[in-house]
Design a binder for this molecule. Sequence first.
Ligand code: C5P
Length: 319
Amino acid sequence: MSDAGERRDRVHVRAPGKINLFLGVGPLDGDGYHALSTVFQAVSLYEDVIATPSDDFSLAVTGVADPSTVPLDDRNLAMRAAKVLAAATGHDGGVHLEIRKSVPVAGGMGGGSADAAAALVACNELWRTGLGHDRLHELGARLGADVPFALSGGTAVGTGRGDVLTPALARGRYEWVLIPDDEGLSTPAVYRAYDVVRAENGPAFYAGREEIDPFEVPPSFFQALLTGEPEELAGCLRNQLEAGSFRLRPELEETIDREVGGAVLAGIVSGSGPTIALLCEDAPTADRTAERLRARGRAALRAHGPVRGAHVISAAEQR
Ligand code: C5P
């Protein structure tokens, strides 16, 4: 039960990061975006946004090693989300947003999008502006291609820029190890690098290993999701955008090749990267894999998916 219904002095919302289980990249459109065929899974690395009333708009961010990597002005997607919601609803007050980050910054896991989704839900609740899911989704899509999915969560197919969502039937729980990188990658830079690879190798190029149809998630993918078996899903993971991330950071491919094997079933770059997502057979394997990486001095995060999208959390759920 949420306590936010009674109290408007503080609203706490949690939104998940994501992994693209499948990502086919089509050609560049006239607005500088690529047509995508993607399958998202929301995973249990969360961004927490706490909204409190204020006359103006302000932001504080915790949970990042280097605070300078997160802008606190209008370049911040959560700040933009709050202002977009105020403009759309005619709300004339402001908000103070505290963002507690757990999703790697500029890591390809949609952390900034999760912040925006959480800020939309939090301000909608704090201000009692009463927008429904569809309207929030519409405002979210204006802020960034991954924001609608951070609102919805679960497992979903994304088309268009990745913002047109259809829920996917999925069973099971999947255990992941995430390997973040100290230095993020810029999403537009990765798409540009991918465009170069695409021009050299053709639109069906997939990381030099095989070809994929960038316009269609294959039926076998959905069959794998229905089995709920990690082994089945592992054989279907594809991220065509990886070619762009590998071009900018070749060591990512080396890390995946080194880490995958045995009960570490598959590895993939998450979205535009550089975070690597390893799909493991079960939770104990994933725990051991993360420990092994940390023992070697690498950062490693544990998560499972799918999990729900942006939602208000009650006082009881709060730490
Ligand atoms: O929508 P978002 O802000 O996440 O996108 C950041 C950038 O990533 C875009 O400006 C564009 O360069 C690139 N992008 C793209 N095609 C997509 C999504 C993003 O080229 N479908």
